[in-house]
Design a protein around this ligand. Sequence first.
Ligand code: SF4
Length: 187
Amino acid sequence: MSLAIEIVQLLIQSADSWLFEGSRSGLSDREWMALRFLARANRFSRTPTALASFLGTTRSAASQIAAVLQSKGLMVRKPSAEDKRSISLCLTSEGERFLERDPINALRDQLVALELPDQSRLRDTLRRVLDGLDVAQRRHRSDVCSECMFLIESGEGKDRRFKCRLFRKSLAQKDTALLCAYFEGRD
Ligand code: SF4
């Protein structure tokens, strides 16, 4: 148990990179979280509802955060290509460039400095911990297609194809590494 508590303390100290008072480079921690999510979200998840789910907040609070990003020229609202009745929250090129100032980059750089096998082990371990928390707390989280029960893969090499059973749409391989708010883990 003491080892578990030591790990928890280390996680809490690393959280200073993304949970903070006030603002960094003009954005609050929640606004940074939203900008980061929209930069990595797949085409089904760039919506106010998906953003609210990711932030664990209400749709109206997520819309207010999106409005702040829009007022700073970091994001625009566009009609969704998936559903014309919905809007899509898209980063502008300025928003993409702004991510270079993301306060979480310091932590990312420390992780990049680890050996690749250590990075993979840490990712897999954290994912297992989050899977357990999802069950224990009956919560839902966003994750990538490659870990989702709805992903169908077929073919090999350059004939490899990906399809989402939930949305009944084909996916490009690069899209399978993006975050999805509709992710369901494999049991
Ligand atoms: S396969 Fe899963 S994670 Fe990927 S788009 Fe479909 S629901 Fe989302």
